[in-house]
Design a protein around this ligand. Structure first.
Ligand SMILES: Nc1nc2c(ncn2[C@@H]2O[C@H](COP(=O)(O)OP(=O)(O)O)[C@@H](O)[C@H]2O)c(=O)[nH]1
Ligand SMILES: [Mg+2]
Length: 142
């Protein structure tokens, strides 16, 4: 399978996504550091929130095949900078989480991700599993 790196703001669902996609009991071990779990690379939310950390994201992405920008569908703001995809010479896909929650607005999350440079997006609920199969297929997971 490809090596997949996740980028997204605090509580957007990065750790949960890794747990579900890897079918294992992933708990992030490290705080404020890139965390490897099999073929998944988790990144600290702080690396997205302040551009002084962008070099750390670029370095971590170097040995990854696919980057996932994670956007929480219930959030009314987006911390992913416009055209952030251009910073990486990698395939980027978007994952919209929390589609099961009443305050979720998938169209808004899609706009945020499109603004960040994402073209291919997957809307999922990590609570119900909705949409996860399509994402698995995209990533070449069984
Ligand atoms: N209802 C619901 N909760 C979710 C979903 N994805 C993540 N969560 C919850 O959101 C919280 C933050 O998720 P986490 O994976 O720790 O976010 P991270 O900070 O990006 O790693 C946890 O309590 C998750 O259970 C989802 O699709 N639906
Ligand atoms: Mg986490």
């Amino acid at each position: 399978m490809p090596r997949v790196m996740l980028i997204g703001e605090w509580r957007s669902g990065k750790s949960t996504l890794i747990r579900i996609l890897s079918r294992s009991d992933y708990r992030p071990r490290k705080v404020f550091a890139v965390d490897h779990h099999g073929d998944f690379v988790n990144t600290p939310s702080e690396f997205l929130e302040n551009r002084r950390w962008y070099p750390a994201l670029i370095t971590a992405s170097a040995h990854c095949d696919i980057l996932i920008f994670v956007q929480d569908a219930t959030r009314t703001t987006c911390q992913i900078a416009p055209s952030l995809d251009a910073m990486f010479n990698r395939k980027v896909i978007g994952v919209i989480t929390k589609t099961d929650l009443p305050e979720a607005n998938v169209a808004r999350a899609e706009r945020f991700l499109r603004n960040a440079g994402v073209r291919d997006m997957y809307a999922v609920s990590l609570a119900t599993g909705d949409g996860v199969d399509a994402l698995r297929q995209e990533l070449g997971l069984e």
